[in-house]
Design a protein around this ligand. Sequence first.
Ligand code: SAM
Length: 214
Amino acid sequence: MTEASALPDTGSAYDAVASLYAELFSDMLDALPLERALLAAFAELVQAHGGGPVADIGCGPGQVTAHLRALGSNTFGVDLSPAMIALARQAYPELRFEEGSMTALDLPDEVLGGILAFYSIIHLPPEQLPVVFTEFQRVLAPGGYLLLGFFAGPDAQPREFDHKVALAYRWSPDSLAELLAAAGFVEVGRLLREPHEGERGRQAQLLVRKPPRS
Ligand SMILES: C[S@@+](CC[C@H](N)C(=O)[O-])C[C@H]1O[C@@H](n2cnc3c(N)ncnc32)[C@H](O)[C@@H]1O
């Protein structure tokens, strides 16, 4: 796969497995208390800062979008894969889901109170991450929060690994935090946890904020 073709390939790779993915992962948060804790903190912080809309970008079948909505966040989902969006709309007809790519979001400037990207930046070629983080800065209101979930790696350089659906990268939390800081985000906190049975490595979350207007 060439890097230029990575995005369309990722979308069609997820189209091909969308039903299976939804079947396997719809209840995944039930077994992930640490992830739920960070999602709850994210939702609470966004609400404390005015409760602006939250975009779950790379939402897949929408289960985390619905979880955030249940926590009181005004959440909608965006995903590259039309099949994922169709499943999300079917499962959660009361929520909004749109096709789109995090590389060029169809959203006005400074409109969001929060962005969740839960295991979706993992598929971007590393050189595209600064572009995406700049895009996240553009659509977040000052003071808005961004929560990233990803596979953690030990190396300073992102490492490709054999993800079951599409080319993906493990990132060290420090390397991602540096890229986020370069894009203007300020770190709020992070989580690094050991793998559960059946997982192939450590899992991480990074919570950052676009600085409020002074
Ligand atoms: C591993 S799944 C995660 C889905 C969901 N967030 C979850 O936690 O179950 C990655 C999702 O990111 C989406 N995705 C990958 N690249 C994307 C991009 N550039 N823009 C929007 N969505 C993207 C894929 O289509 C897929 O649904």
